[in-house]
Design a protein around this ligand. Structure first.
Ligand SMILES: *Cc1c(COP(=O)(O)O)cnc(C)c1O
Length: 412
């Protein structure tokens, strides 16, 4: 099959729900991927953050292969040693509580919605409350509940009626959050850094203020760390840099190094409201997924990836900020660790295509923000090369823009 064969068969047989790039990827190793024709690409956006320890990390592959010869699936009405080993490891690295496992980010958001509603309806402190405050420009996933919780109307249009019980408030605006609290409010959900929303950082004051408001009004705080979690920002979980712990934390993406997995950690004080029979996932916490996630934790620790993320993140940010002072189309560079957004004054989508023709894979979100989520295992040389290509593409587009302006031919 050629690339064109694959693409035309997709058109016939695969539902057309994605904007796809014309690349058929067949192999990956670290920060490199190969297409069907054998071309090599440098991947600064591996799997939307899923391949956070790089494609096919050898330790993850070894764990996957090892477990696959023993048992693939254990239903959750039995026990498996790896599931509890992982749960214990997650709790010991975050805050005291218990863990619920499923297979994707949206499922974890659904789990959190159920958990806080259940707490509102059944705990002595719950008071029958069910409303959840969510942030403008947030992203929580595509299932009906997660989509309803997402603070971007364009994801919701045509799917009404939405799941009720979400109030959307401006991000980083503590006064607005305070004003939105009603006698029905039970929780506040926030991403420590909005990823899909354009790599926008919650300020430490905002997260501190949310905690204070929550404590004052007996609300639960949910951190969606599906994108920021597992090392991406330079600490295992992004919230650890502010020291403000949530009551509920959601993980997926990098968690199992490419294997589908999600986890919800809920604090000891509230976790018992989801009693036997109230929530479940057939595939959740499978031995394969747990083996992979344990391997990812091992990689992060033994390969000192948090230190790498911090040092390489600094290198990238300094370089991009310096570039911003010379490159007229860059409005702002934002980020933390290896989660980086470059906001442009122009449509950023053509730049993704331009990078691709130079064998570099990156992403664009919110139309004007280039997003980089390099693997935490990326080498300094690979990062430098990726930034060299990106710089060339940015400078070319800046020149193009000024030339068009110069002759007055700029199209709308
Ligand atoms: C990707 C993402 C989700 C949704 O995860 P899926 O696995 O696609 O369901 C939810 N929240 C955040 C912050 C994400 O980045």
């Amino acid at each position: 099959m050629t690339t064109q064969d694959v693409i035309s068969q997709y058109e016939r047989y695969v539902m057309d729900t994605y904007v796809r790039q014309p690349l058929v990827l067949v192999k990956g190793k670290g920060s490199r991927v190969w297409d069907l024709e054998g071309h090599e690409y440098l991947d600064l956006f591996p799997g939307w953050g899923v391949s956070g320890v790089g494609h096919c990390h050898p330790w993850v592959m070894k764990a996957l292969r090892g477990q696959s010869t023993k048992l693939l699936h254990v239903p959750n009405n039995f026990y498996h040693p790896l599931q509890v080993k992982l749960a214990k490891a997650l709790v010991e690295r975050s805050f005291d509580g218990t863990v619920f496992f499923a297979n994707s980010g949206a499922e974890m958001v659904e789990s959190a919605i159920k958990l806080v509603r259940r707490w509102g309806h059944t705990s002595p402190r719950g008071g029958g409350r069910y409303e959840i405050l969510v942030m403008e420009r947030s992203f929580h996933g595509r299932t009906t509940g997660a989509m309803s919780a997402t603070g971007q109307p364009h994801y919701q249009q045509g799917f009404e009626p939405l799941l009720p019980g979400f109030i959307c408030v401006p991000f980083n605006d503590l006064k607005a959050v305070e004003r939105a609290i009603t006698p029905k409010t039970v929780a506040i959900m926030v991403e420590p850094i909005q990823g899909e929303g354009g790599v926008r950082l919650a300020s430490a004051e905002f997260l501190q203020g949310i905690r204070r408001l929550a404590d004052g009004h007996r609300l639960l705080v949910i951190y969606d760390e599906i994108q920021t979690g597992f090392g991406r920002t330079g600490s295992l979980f992004a919230y650890q840099q502010t020291g403000i712990a949530p009551d509920v934390m959601l993980l997926a993406k990098t968690l199992a190094g490419g294997f589908p997995m999600g986890a919800m950690i809920a604090s000891r004080a509230i976790c018992d409201v989801l009693t036997p029979g109230t929530h479940a996932s057939t595939f959740g916490g499978s031995p394969l997924a747990c083996a992979c996630a344990l391997a990812v934790l091992e990689v992060i620790k033994k390969q000192a990836l948090l230190e790498r993320v911090n040092s390489l993140g600094r290198v990238a940010m300094e370089r991009l900020k310096a570039l911003a002072s010379r490159c007229t189309i860059i409005r702002e560079v934002r980020g933390q660790g290896l989660m980086i957004g470059i906001e442009l004054a122009i449509d950023a989508r053509p730049l993704v295509a331009a990078c691709r023709t130079k064998r570099l894979l990156i992403n664009c979100t919110q139309q004007t923000v280039l997003r980089l989520l390099p693997a935490m295992t990326i080498t300094r040389a690979q990062l430098d090369r990726g930034l060299d290509i990106l710089e060339d593409v940015l400078m070319e587009h800046a020149k193009l823009g000024s030339r068009e302006q110069g002759v007055g031919s700029r199209k709308s």
